[in-house]
Design a protein around this ligand. Structure first.
Ligand code: SF4
Length: 198
């Protein structure tokens, strides 16, 4: 039986399952609405998203919105985008960047929440952990993004993390900006078009 998002949301917001391991405590950050048409499957909120309680309200989000070709208003319209990271709470800092998403989170929540989003037509899997879960295989981010055309045919586009600290990734792979980003913008525009078939 499909999960009800209305039932899940209060449970998600109250989750403290791995709080002892979270340096700033549990504060699940996500955007979910059963009308959403595009799923952003990301990694975990950073410190700014944790403080603001809003996903991608930072420099990574600005870069992601530019990739998608959408305004902040559209990005934060829950009837357009669901934003559901692999780990819902800020996991803490590592020597470089943030720690990986907490491993307790996806097994606990991911399948039942995705089952409660009936209208998703395009999934954007961002970064190593979301790619591994959604593509069900282990490979480098570069290898998985290189296969973007096959993914897009199935409604699942693999992407690197849009963090500004990751800019070299794109500079070393000019095909990403030349080929993947135009295809990404076209796919997003098609899904969000008022004339898109249900
Ligand atoms: S990271 Fe996930 S499992 Fe851990 S407290 Fe936050 S919502 Fe719960």
């Amino acid at each position: 039986m499909a999960s009800s998002l209305a039932r899940l949301l209060p449970e998600l917001r109250a989750c403290k399952a791995c709080e002892p391991a979270l340096p700033l405590g549990a504060r699940p950050v996500f955007q979910l609405d059963r009308r959403a048409r595009i799923l952003i499957a990301s990694q975990a909120p950073g410190r700014v998203a944790h403080a603001r309680g809003r996903p991608f309200d930072d420099a990574s989000g600005d870069r992601l919105r530019a990739w998608l070709g959408v305004s902040r208003e559209t990005f934060y319209d829950p009837a357009c985008f669901a934003i559901f990271p692999m780990g819902l709470c800020f996991p803490g800092k590592a020597a470089s960047g943030d720690l990986p998403p907490r491993p307790e989170c996806a097994p606990r929540w991911r399948r039942q929440v995705l089952d409660a989003l009936p209208d998703i037509r395009l999934t954007l899997a961002i970064g190593q952990h979301a790619l591994a879960w959604h593509l069900q295989r282990r490979a480098s981010v570069a290898d998985m993004v290189t296969a973007w055309r096959e993914g897009l045919d199935r409604g699942l586009l693999p992407l690197p993390h849009p963090s500004p600290r990751n800019q070299n990734w794109g500079r070393q792979r000019p095909w990403f900006e030349a080929e993947v980003l135009p295809a990404l913008r076209a796919a997003v525009a098609a899904v969000l078009s008022p004339r898109a078939p249900a």
